[in-house]
Write a protein that binds this ligand. Structure first.
Ligand SMILES: Cc1ncc(COP(=O)(O)O)c(C=O)c1O
Length: 458
């Protein structure tokens, strides 16, 4: 039988509902808390997000319909292909079957438009005219600028973490091409930005700072027609990404695989990991034996070294306290090239999954990741985003383990994005200019000491 490289679905087979993990968690979620330590009400979030998305954020429905207008836009690239990595398998000499879900085929080059399109659509339905947001690597900012262009009638302003803004000028041009506006963060547009610049004029910036700026701009618009959009972390973002895993399940079943043995995603704020993993956690909760791995950088070891606490999502403490693994909201990460994996916290749903034993976490150094990225590019052809190389490196580790054990495991990972705008990182790696960096324990302790007195999740 001829070997099948790519497994496709028809447009009619694209999921019509998203999957919400919250009702299936073994232990109920801790609620987000306000400054007084009491659970936040939907009304308290209303200046920041439209009410239709807040409803999704707190929903305990297992399945939520995807509006047909959103599906029509997702058809610009979805269903995305599931690809068997034969050439990578051969190079590794592994008996494992490696599959990857190729999310790099979206217009912005990553999984991020899955949620950007949905968020722009719900905001438009609610009468919003302008969205503000942050971006780390530039993928989310590009995705939201693209989504606003597709939906029409919504302006988009993006605060891009300074180090990425300087490293990746083409991302800014992409955002402008779709009609968005992109500025370097910290900026002088907001009080949060001005405060940081006064204290640390040379700061490389962080996602926590950029989030503070974007929220401040949204809530201070006197017209009330501006809202903030977040590219990861929150429950509704995880929800929108589950199309990835739901499609992958159908695609695997077309080649006779009910469940993979291993599912892997890289973890920044948690959204592409949740997208591929949550539909398989549903199977796991219902008895399937699946190993689910979140891969993160040693330089931002949220899942592997941080405690499960209540913390803010941003530096200026504008977000509610979220129950999550966190390195402390004051964390300013080393400027490693995987800009999208430098967030101090982790999605509360992904955090709850780790706490409940539905997944495990691995920290990987960037040199191992870039090496994996080069091997992937040479074998499978696509140059991966630096974030994605963490998932590839983890998949390679598991494939080597399968070889040692002589097991024909099925490994599925999320190919979250391509690296065409990240070539400076590759250049630095290939010319020997990148070094590995492990975030020191004493810095984590110093950050967390500043959170004394915060409530603790159950
Ligand atoms: C290609 C790619 N993969 C992964 C991530 C990490 O984000 P998340 O954990 O929300 O998927 C990013 C973030 O910018 C990204 O651009």
């Amino acid at each position: 039988m001829a070997r099948l490289k790519r497994i496709y679905l028809d447009e009619s087979e694209m999921p019509k509902q998203w999957y919400n993990l919250a009702p299936d968690l073994p232990t109920p979620m801790n609620p987000p808390l306000g400054p007084d330590g009491k659970p936040v009400t939907p009304e308290m979030l209303a200046p920041v997000f439209p009410m239709n998305l807040i409803e999704q954020e707190v929903s305990m429905e297992r399945w939520i319909d995807i509006p047909e207008e959103i599906r029509q836009i997702l058809f610009q690239w979805r269903p995305s292909p599931l690809v068997r990595a034969y050439e990578l398998e051969e190079a590794l000499g592994t008996p494992a079957k490696i599959y990857y879900k190729n999310e790099s085929v979206s217009p912005a080059g990553s999984h991020k438009p899955n949620s950007a399109v949905a968020q722009a659509w719900y905001n438009k339905q609610f009468g919003i005219k302008r969205l503000t947001t942050e971006t780390g690597a530039g993928q989310w900012g590009s995705a939201l600028a693209y989504a606003c262009a597709q939906i029409g009638g919504i302006e988009c302003k993006v605060y891009m973490v300074r180090v990425s803004f300087d490293q990746k000028p083409f991302r800014k041009i992409m955002m402008q091409t779709w009609g968005g506006k992109c500025v370097s963060s910290p900026s002088t547009f907001t009080q949060a930005g001005r405060n940081i610049l006064a204290e640390y004029p040379d700061t490389p910036g962080s996602l926590g700072i950029a989030i503070s700026e974007a929220i401040e701009e949204a809530v201070s618009d006197p017209s009330g027609k501006t809202r903030y959009a977040l590219g990861s972390v929150l429950n509704h973002v995880m929800l929108h990404q589950t199309v990835i895993g739901l499609e992958a399940k159908q695609q695997l079943s077309k080649v006779g695989i009910k469940n993979p043995d291993v599912v892997i995603g890289c973890c920044g704020g948690g959204s592409n990991f949740a997208g591929i993993a949550f539909p398989f956690m549903y199977e796991k909760v219902n008895g399937a034996d699946i190993q689910i791995i979140g891969a993160e950088p040693f330089s931002c070891p949220t899942l592997t070294k941080a405690p499960f606490i209540y913390d803010h999502g941003d530096v200026a403490q504008m977000t509610p306290l979220l129950p999550m693994y966190s390195l402390g909201h004051n964390f300013v990460p080393a400027p490693i090239h995987a800009g999208g994996l430098r967030f101090h916290g982790m999605s509360p749903l992904v955090s709850a999954s780790l706490r409940d034993g539905l997944m495990e976490a691995q920290a990987i150094h960037q040199s191992e990741c870039f090496e994996a990225g080069l091997l992937f590019a040479k074998t499978e052809g696509i140059i991966p985003a630096p974030e994605t190389t963490h998932a590839i490196a983890s998949a390679i580790r598991e494939a080597k383990k399968a070889k040692e054990e002589g097991k024909e495991k099925v490994i599925l990972f999320n190919f979250s994005g391509h690296g065409w705008m990240d070539l400076i990182g590759y250049d630095k790696y290939m010319s020997g200019q990148l070094s590995d960096y492990e975030y020191p324990e004493h810095e984590i302790e110093a950050n967390l000491a500043k959170l004394t007195g915060y409530p603790m999740p159950k």
